[in-house]
Design a protein around this ligand. Structure first.
Ligand SMILES: NC(=O)C1=CN([C@@H]2O[C@H](COP(=O)(O)OP(=O)(O)OC[C@H]3O[C@@H](n4cnc5c(N)ncnc54)[C@H](OP(=O)(O)O)[C@@H]3O)[C@@H](O)[C@H]2O)C=CC1
Ligand SMILES: O=C(CO)COP(=O)(O)O
Length: 312
């Protein structure tokens, strides 16, 4: 049995997709809707999904998908981690926790030491998955038995999962691309053009790969779905909240603060990591200053363009 914990856009979309394989329980802390989740408009929930606010009911499953934002995961685990022991726990969060400066897998492992931890990540908009459009994702799990079993259990005809044991690389790709997507959005929102966006994507990818290697990931993982794949999607589509947030910053427009924008907090986490480890992460630093309103897009770009000329 599978339960999805977190009834946001992505948790709901995954529940809809996985319901083709069998019954799914979808848990949310506040279910004040019926039939259609306002976070995923236009998607009717099939009969195979049991929607509940009762966490104990959801914890009856042995595969639990944790579809919570990265900055909410720690609090959820503090409150409920004790009930997750012995389960197969699959995080979908794409971010780095601001207070602990770690990714979701380390947060889960710290609180649920006997759980088998995996990460599901890669290029996939909730709306696409829920509509059954073809999607390829990365299932990252260090455990040689658990990874293949989860790959089977979480694949459907439309949802194709590739497997890796490089959990750090997969989750860092998903977290870091959100920061670059904000920068790409800002460039487009400010009218600086597609060439500048291509430069941000490419230099952002170099920054992602450098940082991931520093944190113990395999650089080649970053060239896969969870890194380059998701970076491409998120930096080029208005479907991305991170991109739209950046575009609003670039254009000087307001942005709904209730929208989940993982890259903003992750950029701040990266600024702290950079300070802690003495790293040079210019795009993450720029996004942090932009998101905090400390610089304009023009000033941020001037700063990036005035860095010393060097080899690619
Ligand atoms: N949307 C997408 O297309 C994709 C999202 N992801 C990733 O999945 C994660 C979740 O994103 P998404 O579903 O889109 O976000 P949403 O903003 O749509 O939903 C977030 C959900 O998390 C719930 N939540 C927040 N804090 C807690 C808590 N402490 N306990 C229980 N529930 C909580 C919210 O509940 P409430 O409504 O009560 O606040 C809400 O239902 C993110 O890391 C995102 O990057 C990955 C791939 C695609
Ligand atoms: O991660 C995503 C697509 O793979 C969703 O991106 P946003 O959170 O920017 O909407």
């Amino acid at each position: 049995m599978i339960s999805v914990l977190g009834a946001g856009a992505f948790g709901t979309a995954l529940a809809v997709a996985l319901a083709v394989n069998g019954p799914v329980t979808l848990w949310g802390r506040r279910i004040d809707w019926r039939g259609e989740n306002p976070r995923l408009p236009g998607v009717a929930l099939p009969d195979g999904i049991a929607v509940t606010q009762d966490l104990d009911r959801a914890l009856g499953a042995d595969i639990l998908l944790l579809a919570l934002p990265a900055q909410a995961l720690g609090g959820f685990l503090d409150d409920h981690g004790a009930g997750l022991g012995g389960k197969r726990l699959v995080s979908t969060a794409k971010g780095i926790d601001l207070s602990r400066l770690t990714g979701p897998s380390a947060m889960i492992a710290a609180r649920c030491p006997d759980a088998r931890v995996a990460v599901l990540t890669g290029p996939s908009f909730a709306a696409d998955i829920a509509r059954g459009l073809p999607t390829a994702l990365t299932l990252a799990c260090a455990d040689a038995q658990t990874g293949p079993a989860l790959q089977q259990a979480l694949s459907t005809p439309a949802l194709r999962l590739y497997r890796t044991t490089d959990v750090a690389g997969a989750e860092l790709g998903g977290a870091l691309k959100n920061v670059v997507a904000i920068a790409a959005g800002a460039v487009i929102g400010a009218g600086l053009g597609d060439s500048a966006r291509a430069a941000i994507i490419t230099r952002g990818f170099a920054e992602m790969t450098r940082l991931a290697a520093h944190l113990g990931a395999r650089p080649e993982t970053l060239t896969g779905l969870s890194g380059l794949g998701d970076l491409t999607l998120t930096c080029t589509s208005d479907g991305s909240r991170n991109f739209r947030f950046g575009a609003a910053l670039g254009a000087g427009r307001a942005f709904d603060p209730a929208t989940t924008v993982e890259g903003a907090a992750t950029a701040r986490a990266l600024a702290r990591l950079a300070e802690r480890d003495g790293l040079d992460l210019p795009i993450a630093a720029m996004v942090t200053r932009l998101a905090e309103g400390r610089v304009s897009v023009e000033e941020a770009m001037d700063h990036l363009l005035s860095r010393p000329l060097k080899e690619e």
